[in-house]
Design a protein around this ligand. Structure first.
Ligand SMILES: [Mn+2]
Length: 460
């Protein structure tokens, strides 16, 4: 029998909404997941992609977080086996990823195929690279993210994989139907076909937990990368596998996720009425830590100017003591004129696309949509299309952070506050598990608990 933990979508380095505390949350979740796996006495740990949040811009804190956490299983001689997700690498930027860096440093096994004359090759892990890893008769194949060509790559794996069972297939790929409009997903049947050769399919990519026919397993993200994820079931799987039969349980209680309070309110007269609303919402809400408050105010355009953002944030802080506040405006404007630039064919097309997009929360992406149309209609280059979509979908959230100011992604309905205004307070609370482990240096939430100062290390 083997026992393992299956983790996915860690997103280390996700400085969500420009918040350093949120970056610490993601690291804390990862640390807790790894410690949990060790406490469960697993034989190995699977990370099904998106260990990191950003594929290129690595910062020292994030790299240190990854290294320090991965040193724990290394010390225990528990292999950590991973594949790259869309946030770790993309297939057309093939060279060398941060997960390769960790692998070269002996901190993890990073599985991916190699190619010879365009043909996929499955090779055994040699200590630095490889596509599969053998552990006590169990074979683990790894497939990194392949975007729109995933189906084809899976077919090639299927043809070349060994036929004996006791096999795990790990990939960063989504199954259609769980999350709306998600890129990098394929139909369920295409994945189930692998069941003829495989006992456990370890997926990552969709940030929501699901299991299909005791064969396909997806644990979801450790921390919420987006407010929609706060409603999803997510966690890690602890799996016992006995002669090819997995017995998996989704576990969540190893980590206390950041609380999110998502509110929407229609302002009829003015700021005063918010007090009653916030106080009744506060009473309804159970909080375990300082929450992220996400408030959407629905107002008539004529009323909008009389509502000061600072005052609203002050009010929210009185009732909730939040980690940070996200304020959105849903402005009702019945008299907005339709302005079409009729000067050229291109400008008409652009105006029309802009207006169509205006009703959605995608932001100002009309130029990209047009670029995409052009790519499709001229030299159909799949790599370019993938790259564009990938950048649009997966880097938009990063670009929204106050440090960056990207014209492509700025959504005028959703103005980004100044970084200073985001910080309402710092965390001071400690959970019981924190107190139990007073000696633990790399407890990322606590490292920041004293007004952001790094704790002194006991040993150097
Ligand atoms: Mn992800």
């Amino acid at each position: 029998m083997v026992r393992f933990v299956h983790i996915a979508d860690v997103h280390l380095g996700n400085k969500q909404y420009g918040s350093e505390e949120r970056q610490m949350d993601f690291a804390q979740a990862f640390l807790n997941a790894i410690k949990f796996a060790i406490a469960e006495k697993v034989d190995f740990i699977l990370i099904a992609g998106d260990l990191f949040h950003k594929k290129t811009e690595m910062d020292p804190v994030t790299l240190l977080q990854a290294r320090k956490v991965l040193e724990i299983p290394k010390k225990e001689e528990i292999p950590v086996i991973g594949v790259e997700g869309n946030h770790d690498s993309t297939y057309f930027r093939e060279s060398y990823s941060w997960m390769d860096y960790l692998a070269i440093n002996g901190l993890m096994i990073n599985l991916k195929p190699s190619f010879e004359d365009g043909k996929l090759r499955l090779e055994e892990w040699d200590g630095k690279s490889g596509t599969y890893y053998d552990f006590n008769g169990i074979r683990i194949y790894g497939m990194k993210y392949y975007g729109s060509i995933s189906e084809r790559i899976i077919e090639e794996y299927f043809a070349k994989m060994r036929t004996s069972k006791n096999t795990i297939f790990m990939a960063h790929i989504g199954v259609e139907g769980y999350v709306k409009n998600m890129y990098g997903c394929i139909p369920s049947a295409k994945i189930h076909k692998l069941g003829r050769k495989v006992d456990y399919i370890a997926l990552g990519h969709v940030h929501k937990a699901f299991v299909e026919k005791n064969l396909v397993f997806n644990p979801g993200s450790l921390e919420a990368c987006d407010i929609t994820e706060t409603a999803y079931e997510r966690g890690v799987f602890v799996v016992d596998m006995e002669s090819g039969n997995p017995n998996a349980t989704l576990k969540k209680d190893f980590y206390e996720p950041r609380d999110f309070v998502i509110l929407k309110y229609r302002v009829k007269k003015g700021i005063e009425e918010l007090k009653g609303f916030l106080s009744s919402e506060r009473e309804k809400t159970k909080l375990k830590n300082k929450p992220v408050i996400d408030l959407t105010l629905d107002v008539e355009k004529s009323l909008k100017n009389s509502l000061e953002e600072d005052k609203i944030k002050e009010l929210i802080s009185e009732y909730f003591d939040p980690l940070l506040i996200r304020l959105h405006w849903d402005v009702r404007d019945h008299f907005r004129p339709t302005m079409l630039d009729l000067s050229t064919k291109e400008s008409i097309e652009r105006s029309v696309v802009e207006q169509l997009l205006d009703n959605y929360s995608y932001g100002k992406i009309a130029p990209e949509v047009l670029k995409l149309k052009k790519l499709f209609s001229t030299s159909f280059d799949l790599e370019m299309v993938d790259r564009l979509i990938d950048d649009l979908l997966f880097e938009r959230e990063d670009a929204k952070s106050p440090q960056k100011d990207s014209v492509l992604t700025r959504n005028l309905k959703d103005p980004v506050p100044e970084p200073e205004k985001l910080y309402i307070g710092r965390e001071t609370e400690r959970s019981e598990s924190d107190l139990e482990e007073e000696e633990e240096v790399w407890d990322w939430r606590r490292v920041r608990d004293k007004g952001g100062r790094t704790r002194k290390r006991k040993k150097l």
